[in-house]
Write a protein that binds this ligand. Structure first.
Ligand code: FES
Length: 132
C-alpha cells in the first residue's frame, strides 16, 4: 500500500470542505418556512367609528380611526404588560397609571415607550389586524 503524505494543512482543508458541504446540504434539505400570518381581528371597515375605537380586550387590540386612517394599537402597557383601558381621549393603565394618547405616544409614565402598532390590512371592505 502506498503511503500518502498527510499534512496539517491538508487535514484542515478537508475538515473545512466537509463543514461547507454539510452546511450547503442542510440548507438544501431544510424546507423553507413562510412566516405564519395570523389574523387577530377581522371587522367590516364600516363598523369602525370615525373618531372612536373598537376594543378587543381578549386579543388586547384597539382598532382606531383618525383622519380617515385606520390603525391598530396593542393594549399591552409598555411598562409591565397590563391591559390598557380605552377612553375617547386616551388609553390608560389601571396598574401604575401610565397614559397614552390615541396614537400610542406616552403622555404619563412610568411607561417610557410608545404602544406597539400592529399591522392592518384592508381588502374587500374588511379590515384585518394581522400578527406576523
Ligand atoms: S403596567 Fe402599565 S403602568 Fe405599569
Amino acid at each position: 500500500m502506498e503511503n500518502i503524505p498527510q499534512s496539517r494543512r491538508t487535514f484542515l482543508a478537508t475538515i473545512a470542505l466537509l463543514v461547507a458541504s454539510a452546511t450547503m446540504l442542510r440548507r438544501f434539505l431544510t424546507p423553507r418556512t413562510k412566516p405564519q400570518r395570523k389574523v387577530v381581528v377581522s371587522v367590516a371597515r364600516a363598523d369602525i367609528p370615525p373618531l372612536g375605537a373598537l376594543v378587543y380586550r381578549e386579543s388586547r387590540v384597539a382598532l382606531m380611526q383618525a383622519n380617515g386612517e385606520i390603525y391598530a394599537l396593542s393594549l399591552v402597557c409598555t411598562h409591565l404588560g397590563c391591559t390598557l383601558n380605552v377612553t375617547s381621549e386616551k388609553l390608560s393603565c389601571p396598574c401604575h397609571g401610565s397614559e397614552f394618547d390615541r396614537q400610542g405616544k406616552v403622555l404619563k409614565g412610568p411607561a417610557d415607550r410608545p404602544l406597539k402598532r400592529l399591522s392592518v390590512e384592508q381588502r374587500d371592505g374588511m379590515v384585518e389586524v394581522v400578527e406576523a
